[in-house]
Design a protein around this ligand. Structure first.
Ligand code: PLP
Length: 452
């Protein structure tokens, strides 16, 4: 359709008159009105196109407007839009079967939620009832969602305001996961980082009291808080600690699952089977809201006679489940997970490492699949962050300049403190990936100016 700036202004005005936005001071909200989207692009009412290196909220793994998913939603809407979860429904059952077939080990049951936060809420509730213990351990540098338990589990500054306002819940303790570039354990190799991070976790368990701990919850690959890929042996070590102490291992794969990390589930990279996996986002690329918990046989058994005290009106919504069936089927038919892995290995990884050779502001490049972070520094020796952790208003300028440079040139990235995240749809082509890298290359000159 032809550009329509007047309609864009109307859409913007209506938003600002009536919409209350997430994670924002309402007076500072300035959304771009979006007129349409297809594949790896979206565009505004002025006709400006953006290459989507954000996958929106890192959830649009199959890209915009995939015809098979759109058709499945339409077909389902014609048949039946809503049937309560007390009834059996073909798409609900099929979606659960497909998800459990992809999941490792004996993760054979699915409880559907509306998104990722409530998936984590329910996983924790299941773990607490299964063990009869109250406490949950989760990492600093994590994001688990915006509801009360999920934000309390979160290890990033978004938790603080919720704690100050009394909206957070208790019985949660945080620990440090592995992060070699800024090692909390003075490690210099991945093997050291893995061993010392595990020793730290073992000590936290010991000091918190193993008999009080229901679950350890962690993102398999930490997403928003850094795209931190665990070193070899770390997840197996967490699994072993959980086994030793009878603690439930919950892997939050809300962001890392369904192709993002180049596997169906990121745990597949390390051959580790958690007791519960939480998912959302990529399961149907967010075409209709859907999340859930994949449950092991043993935890399922706990609730064979005991009533599970939780549920949702929209648990297993037929439109969302039909979208999940179509998404998973299309991803299999079109080799989309394989594409994500290959793009990471052949284009994004090598391309970003090449940028790191030329841009002194790049401290580290890390990731896998279509899940990459560029960590920006003022000084490569000291590793001083280009903008500080928990940077507030007035402190984010240098990274804002890089992001603005990307957007001006028609690429939409994600950023968090001193990092730019490159997280395009799993369907991205080699040429599109290279185009995104070229834009980033040009935009990074703004960061290089700040290097001392
Ligand atoms: N867990 C992780 C790892 C996430 O990245 C997110 C969202 O970004 C969530 C949980 C929360 O998911 P939702 O926003 O669907 O509630």
């Amino acid at each position: 359709p032809a550009p329509d700036p007047a309609e864009g202004r109307r859409v913007f005005a209506e938003d600002r008159a009536h919409l209350f936005h997430s994670w924002a001071a309402q007076g500072a909200v300035n959304p771009i009105p979006v007129a349409g989207a297809a594949g790896r692009h979206f565009w505004d009412y002025e006709g400006k196109r953006y290459l989507d290196f954000s996958s929106q909220f890192i959830n649009l793994n199959i890209g915009h407007a995939h015809p098979k998913v759109v058709a499945a939603i339409k077909e389902q809407a014609d048949r039946i839009c809503m049937i309560a979860s007390t009834f059996a429904n073909d798409k609900r059952g099929e979606a659960a079967r497909l998800i459990t077939e992809l999941a490792p080990g004996d993760l054979n049951h699915v409880f559907f939620t509306n998104g990722g936060a409530d998936a984590n809420e329910h996983a924790v509730r299941m773990a607490r009832m299964h063990t009869g213990r109250p406490k949950v351990l989760s990492t600093y540098r994590s994001y688990h969602g915006g509801t009360a338990t999920a934000i309390s589990l979160t290890g990033d500054p978004r938790r603080w305001a919720n704690e100050r306002s009394g909206s957070a819940t208790g019985n949660i303790a945080h620990f440090f996961g592995p992060y070699l570039y800024r090692s909390h354990f003075h490690a210099t190799t991945e093997a050291e980082e893995s061993a010392r991070a595990l020793a730290h976790l073992a000590e936290v368990i010991e000091f918190e009291g193993p008999a009080t701990i229901a679950a350890i919850l962690l993102e398999t690959v930490v997403g928003t808080a850094g795209i931190l890929v665990p070193p070899p042996g770390y997840l197996a070590g967490v699994r072993a600690l959980c086994d030793t102490y009878g603690i439930v291992f919950i892997a939050d794969e809300v962001m890392s699952g369904f192709g993002r990390a180049g596997e169906w589930f990121a745990v597949d990279h390390w051959g580790v089977t958690p007791d519960l996996i939480t998912f959302a986002k990529g399961v149907n690329s967010g075409y209709v809201p859907l999340g859930g918990v994949i449950v092991s046989d043993a935890i399922h058994e706990t609730f064979r006679e005991v009533v599970y005290p939780g549920g949702l009106t929209y648990s297993g919504h037929p439109l969302a489940c039909a979208a999940a069936v179509a998404t998973i089927t299309a991803m299999k038919e079109e080799g989309i997970v394989e594409n994500a892995a290959r793009i990471g290995e052949d284009v994004l990884g090598p391309g970003l490492r090449e940028l790191a050779e030329r841009h002194p502001s790049i401290g580290e490049v890390r990731g896998l699949g279509v899940f990459w972070a560029v960590e920006l520094v003022r000084n490569r020796e000291t590793r001083e962050m280009l903008v500080p952790y928990a940077a507030g208003a007035g402190q984010t300028g240098p990274v804002d300049e890089v992001v603005a440079g990307c957007k001006e040139r028609g690429m939409w990235p994600v950023y968090n403190f001193n990092r730019i995240h490159l997280v395009p749809p799993c369907t991205i082509t080699d040429d599109e990936a290279r185009q995104g890298l070229e834009i980033l290359d040009a935009a990074l000159d703004a960061a290089d100016k700040y290097v001392d």
